[in-house]
Design a protein. Sequence first.
Length: 92
Amino acid sequence: MISLRNLSVSFDGRRVVDDVSLDIASGEWLNVVGPNGAGKTTLLRILAGLVDFEGSFAIDGRDSRTFKRRELARRIALVPQIPQIPAGMSVA
């Protein structure tokens, strides 16, 4: 189960995710719908550990901030629609 409690994120003083709370049961499907700029991708980036946030979220009762980076990545993955390749990345 994933539990979100009072999640909020601001960029440059602008609140883009505001006080989101919900529970997602194991095996449950969830759709996040909204207009461009509503914070859908930011919410997903919070869950993947890519964005600093206020509030908390837990996975199976364990606070997300206690997971090491690799542990969190094994539980939650994010595949962006348009991937960004870091500068200087080469293929061998």
